[in-house]
Design a protein around this ligand. Sequence first.
Ligand SMILES: N[C@@H](CCC(=O)N[C@@H](CSC=O)C(=O)NCC(=O)O)C(=O)O
Length: 287
Amino acid sequence: MIISETTSFGGRYLRVSHASSTLNCEMTYGLFLPPEASEDNPAPVLYWLSGLTCTDENFMQKAGAHRLAAELGIAILAPDTSPRGEGVPDDPDGSYDLGLGAGFYLNATKPPWSSHYHMFDYVLDELPAVVKAQFPISDVWSIAGHSMGGHGALVLGLRHPYRFRSISAFAPIVNPSACPWGHKAFQNYLGDDEARWHDYDACHLLSHLMEEDEVLPLLIDQGDADQFLEQQLLLPNLDPQLDRLQCSAEIRIQPGYDHSYYFIASFIDDHLRFHADYLFAQNNGAE
Ligand SMILES: N[C@@H](CCC(=O)N[C@@H](CSC=O)C(=O)NCC(=O)O)C(=O)O
């Protein structure tokens, strides 16, 4: 059901709700469609995964992405960050880093979370099919995200490189098994067996790749004044793996920037142009 539709830079910004069979609840997503998107001219898609405490709205309202997405002809799809609604469990302590708004883009295996928290499957399979059935988007996708969403973008793109053409992230949590946010989430959602955590940890996933394995083109921006960099994000842990694989990753440290949406808004155009190069490349074979 379309909740709202707003014209933005000649395109359409929609908020849409649907019943999710993967998450076992009603979900809302945000979709920006560029002006020329139509059944005859479906738009390629940038998937945006948001961070802790966000809904489908934060990125659409704060990132300032519509102007260039309209110009480039890119659709943007922003899901919520967890299942929600009546019957969906939340952290009994009410913390912001577990439960509602903190789905960590994984498939929970431990009760009570396992009844609803399957954001990995929802983002990978259900939501693309749901959106494509109703709106003019193509099968050409790239993926990006912020913080917890940067973690999601890395994990989904590394595990399913044939589904996306490029990955980018702002201040991603790159090694969640080793930071307090990830440790708490993985222990609750997946249990104590740390071997199970590694499927959702970009550093561990990269450590199992060989030089001949496909790693998608990757762009990461990280502010050096980010209050979460040292304890939670652990970006330097990625370096040895990227060096070993000699893949085409660009990691940019941006002086003075913190973890906020001001940082994202400052560099979102670079990310859109980066993805556009791959989304509009011919003969990529990923379609
Ligand atoms: N409330 C918390 C911090 C929450 C926070 O900073 N959330 C970020 C993502 S952090 C990692 O996933 C965010 O995007 N917030 C929404 C926004 O619109 O800024 C605290 O106080 O520490």
